[in-house]
Design a protein around this ligand. Structure first.
Ligand SMILES: Cc1cc2nc3c(=O)[nH]c(=O)nc-3n(C[C@H](O)[C@H](O)[C@H](O)COP(=O)(O)O)c2cc1C
Ligand SMILES: Nc1ncnc2c1ncn2[C@@H]1O[C@H](COP(=O)(O)OP(=O)(O)O)[C@@H](O)[C@H]1O
Length: 339
């Protein structure tokens, strides 16, 4: 999948899904689905289409690039000036989109210039001139253009002037039926953040359509873990990664390769997200103990899928007491995975 910061360098023509897409949850996946269908029916025979900025002629092949167009930084971060923790920081978003089958990610620099475009200018400059959009897909609550003045319906009306069809994905709810009872929760990034803050990763999995994951590189810790019989791979995560409730989880661990979209399953295990009060730790760290594993993992990139919250972190009176609790945590996780 190609990633670019500039619509001028993007491949075209493009079938475009537009949105912030933090989390790439089931609602987001519904917005992206139509552009994947476009790709399936497009003729993929000629991939030599030139970027919009160059003078090369557009190929005859008419391959339509399934393209997600999103904003960078997150608009809320731009307006508040405060960094925002994300469910899917950029690296993870790229990986998820690649596995969905998206061919191109365009990151629109969210700056004054973009903010000042009227809805009409946004459609004309970005969608028509630069991306040569053949179709567009957005969510039911999409807003665009200066002061968020344009709605999804406005986009439909404006794009129709250029014969570009706009699909508006309906609201996706927790029980999967958008027409159903008022008790069912709309799926949203903020709802998933709330659910993760309670540690209910099983519900988060249901809302995301996949387990919530932490992806990071293994760094050296204090080398204490091995002395109590539980070596733990300490993960360095992107600074803007949203952390769920602190505590101990049952997890699945995968190795992430730079070259393949496929994750390599390594082991089941237990993870602690916390400050390690027992050893007077001060900063929050993420560490994972893999079952039936003894190889060195330093420097490797791991993806950890959170399957079940086991307990909150506690200050134990001794390392011995901590050790026997971790033994108990491992049993709890193994029973969970066995059943
Ligand atoms: C499953 C698991 C549960 C843990 N629970 C706690 C806890 O409740 N309280 C605590 O202070 N530390 C807890 N820890 C963190 C340990 O204190 C830490 O792994 C140990 O001190 C080794 O640190 P090191 O990786 O820097 O060598 C837990 C670690 C694991 C793997
Ligand atoms: N079963 C295992 N689970 C996690 N890490 C393991 C395991 N077996 C070996 N290792 C290796 O040992 C390291 C963790 O050992 P530990 O004593 O906790 O040191 P550190 O404090 O550096 O994390 C991991 O980073 C990894 O390279």
């Amino acid at each position: 999948m190609s990633v670019t910061n500039s619509t001028e360098l993007a491949f075209f023509p493009a079938a475009v899904a537009l949105g912030k897409f933090d989390g790439l949850h089931r609602g987001h996946q519904r917005v992206i689905q139509p552009i994947l269908k476009a790709r399936e029916t497009g003729e993929a025979k000629d991939l030599l289409i030139s970027p919009a900025s160059s003078n090369f002629p557009v190929s005859e092949g008419k391959h339509v690039y399934s393209t997600v167009v999103t904003f960078n930084p997150h608009p809320q971060e731009f307006f508040s000036g405060k960094p925002r923790a994300l469910l899917t920081p950029l690296d993870e978003k790229v990986q998820q989109l690649r596995s969905l089958g998206v061919e191109q990610l365009v990151l629109l620099p969210f700056d004054r210039e973009l903010c000042s475009l009227t809805p009409e200018e946004f459609v004309e400059k970005i969608l028509v001139e630069q991306l040569q959009a053949t179709q567009v897909s957005v969510g039911y609550d999409f807003h665009f253009g200066s002061k968020r003045s344009g709605t999804a319906q406005d986009l439909q009306i404006i794009a129709a002037r250029y014969n570009i069809p706009v699909a508006i994905a309906p609201l996706e709810t927790e029980d999967g039926d958008s027409s159903s009872s008022p008790e069912t929760n709309p799926i949203s990034t903020s709802f998933i953040r709330e659910v993760l803050e309670t540690g209910d990763v099983e519900r988060a999995k249901q809302l995301l359509g996949r387990a919530y994951s932490l992806i990071g590189t293994v760094t050296k810790g204090q080398q204490l873990g091995r002395t109590i019989g539980f070596p733990t791979a300490n993960l360095e995560l992107p600074k803007d990664k949203f952390l769920p409730r602190l505590g101990v989880y049952a997890v699945r661990i995968y190795r992430v390769s730079d070259t393949s979209a496929q994750l390599e399953p390594l082991a089941f295990g237990v993870m602690n997200i916390g400050n390690r009060p027992t050893i007077n730790g001060i900063n929050t760290i993420v560490e994972v103990h893999l079952f039936d594993w003894s190889d060195d993992l330093y420097g490797q990139k791991l993806a950890v899928q959170l399957e079940k919250f086991i307990r909150p972190e506690t200050k134990f009176p001794s390392l011995e007491a901590l050790k026997s609790q971790i033994q108990q945590d491992c049993i709890t996780a193994k029973v969970f995975f066995d059943t």
